[in-house]
Design a protein around this ligand. Sequence first.
Ligand code: NDP
Length: 286
Amino acid sequence: MSSILISGKEIGQAIRSELSIRIDRLKNRGITPGLAVILVGENSASKTYVANKQKTCEALGMHSRLLSFESELTERELIQAIHSLNNDPEIHGILVQLPLPNHITETEVLAAISPAKDVDGFHPINIGKMMLGQDTFLPCTPFGVMKLLEHSHIEISGKHAVVIGRSHIVGKPMGQLLLQKDATVTYAHSKTANLKEITLQADILVVAVGRTKMITSDYVKTGAVVIDVGMNRDENNRLCGDVDFDSVKEKAAYLTPVPGGVGPMTITMLMVNTVKSAENELLQDI
Ligand code: NDP
């Protein structure tokens, strides 16, 4: 048996093609969706992520603005920059690239972003709305995973979904979104006892840990759907996931590759959220 590969590259492309129609419609009404990305410091991985986000914006004909600051920037200065973007009519989405330098409190900064422009979906108000199942900006990575499942026609209702990882940006919202689609959800994390016993029960296994090839085939039930969120570097500095692709592909029914799985979906859903924000502005004008 060899898994069906779920291609985030292809599904992301299909979603972006549909999105360009919505962008054209907005432009015809005089609105160009605009995304501002804030980068603080010299983290090279962050720089790559930011460059990819800008490239995708530009390819879609969206407006993108980069605010790049030295790592010495104070929290107050950063919050002031966010406030001015909150009031800038050209900007519909604001994203602060994480991680921030240690002297800056992440929660304070994320809370300073207007919930109406919080296209990462990290503001406490938007997280609350997500928990309540209300319309809001969903965090891009779990939102992208849901789209991968939907486009691959994978049944979620009644399935046992196991999410390994409980970060605010991936694991926790991931479990919530699966729950809203009527999965029975189990969270696992670094203190979980007998991880393998739990993952072997998973019909859908989402792995968001950040440990190279941690999930080998002996953690996977035959016929499971395995979504690998991990983005790590292996011993040869090649991009790889949290799942041991070569062994798991012999057991899982569906599997996402790394690269080309969840990664392209995260950026795509950021664009979707930014366009949604611009459309919301149009609705307010009516
Ligand atoms: P965090 O480091 O914030 O969270 C990791 C989670 O894994 C924590 O909840 C931690 O548990 C848990 N964990 C750590 N070790 C183990 C273990 N041995 N067994 C079980 N659980 C464990 O990472 P993120 O959620 O931000 O990211 C996870 C991965 O996803 C990373 O590789 C990251 O690069 C990638 N990523 C990929 C994205 C994409 O677009 N493809 C986007 C965002 C992230 P505890 O809470 O107890 O510490």
